[in-house]
Design a protein around this ligand. Sequence first.
Ligand code: NDP
Ligand code: X2W
Length: 343
Amino acid sequence: MKVSVIGATGYAGAELLRILSNHPEVEVAAITSESHTGTSIADLFPHLAGFYDKKLTSMNDLNQFADSQAVFIGLPHGHAMAIGRPLAEQGIKVIDLGADYRFRNESIYEAWYKVEHTHRNSGAVYGLTELYRQQIKAASIVGNAGCYTTASILALAPLAKAHLIDTKNIVVDAKSGVSGAGRGLSLNVHMAEMSENLKAYNVGGHRHTPEIEQALAEISGQESLISFTPHLIPMSRGILSTCYATLQEGIKPEDVDQAFYEMYGQEFFVRLLGRGGYPAVKNTRGSNFCDLGWHIDSRTNRVIVVSAIDNLVKGAAGQAVQNLNVMFGFDEGSGLKQVALYP
Ligand SMILES: NC(=O)C1=CN([C@@H]2O[C@H](COP(=O)(O)OP(=O)(O)OC[C@H]3O[C@@H](n4cnc5c(N)ncnc54)[C@H](OP(=O)(O)O)[C@@H]3O)[C@@H](O)[C@H]2O)C=CC1
Ligand SMILES: CC(=O)N[C@@H](CCC(=O)OP(=O)(O)O)C(=O)O
């Protein structure tokens, strides 16, 4: 089956190419870039040499996608809708790695992203595989879940679903490697700014807040309100998300354990380190795994869940391929069953 990658020169696009090089069912057709059209992808990304000798093309030539059954879009938010619509109208399945298709209510997207939504009522399905698998099977457009959001929603979903926590009083403290900010240059990610540093940003207003709230509200059937604080940490990949929630009256530690094992006991890509477990980003680096460990603080009656993923794999390109596998009926782990890079 042929697939194409729009925005192949970004970190997420290049990671898709790395993963797809190992996918037994997929051949990569077009790969696009607007600023490097005509350049060989292996010249831009030497780590892909020997696997791809393709030249980058402009995404504006829609004919080049005609023989692709699916197209991945790895563009900054606000740019996927204009190309997503004509692709979907041609019957091509779309998996957008950005935020344009993540919200059921486009007005929430517009309020948080300050961008007009030009492809309303597209029928897009939220692409967090473990929670939306049945809908993803039948989807024409998937709005792949975000990176911080994947780590945080997977951590909190079992508790929300089993009604063990107050969904209006959740705190998420998350740290990301700098590849989460994309390949573009910015002062924030300069070596001298970032080395031996750790800093919070967008406190009280990060755009992943409504995405986490949307998923938790859908899963619990109750309103969800979270305080989400992201941090930049000097590593290239990885997210560690520490999530705090207040337990409802009378909930026992065993109830919490049961909620996690019920939801993820059969999931290959969610590894349960159990009560007292300590996930670490090094154990997920380069892999599609999300590792979860939970702790009960009986003094405060809080449950604290720690979650680790690789932002570029389970948080972006890996989950996008997992969703492709679900949409096309391939083994869900096709192309994805790599052990993490350790140490
Ligand atoms: N990095 C991460 O950890 C994650 C990223 N994502 C999402 O994936 C998407 C891509 O992110 P990432 O790869 O990090 O970003 P990068 O900044 O690394 O890459 C952006 C890509 O978009 C292209 N691009 C940039 N501006 C435009 C434009 N105005 N018109 C058309 N193409 C443009 C660039 O291509 P060129 O300049 O060559 O034309 C490049 O291929 C984003 O929506 C991001 O939110 C999701 C989860 C995690
Ligand atoms: C470290 C960093 O800057 N991270 C990005 C989020 C990563 C990303 O690209 O966002 P999506 O997952 O929504 O696509 C940010 O804070 O905006």
